[in-house]
Design a protein. Sequence first.
Length: 115
Amino acid sequence: MQFLSVLLHPDLIINNMFYAIIAQDSPDSLQKRIAHRPQHLARIQVLQNLGKLLLAGPFPAIDAVDPGKEGFSGSLIVAEFESLHDAIHWAHQDPFYTAGVYASVEVKPFRKTLP
């Protein structure tokens, strides 16, 4: 049905693409991460509900699923946005960024190939 809509209304084509949001945590940020996690996850859940989230998760600071007190070294979010500008703006509004959990955030266009 969507294909038919595009044929009848080519102006409705949306060329959104994926962007990888790669964040590096600040030193000793685990307590801030824990405190702001509910708000951070709520924003990501909105992307999921809109069908725009490809994947999201943290980088454990050690080789373990649960790094315990070692915490995390950063995060990766791959989601669909209208533009690089929109993806950067979204990333800079994240509670982990505004609260100082993230020391830096890099946003790059991402093209999903597999699966």
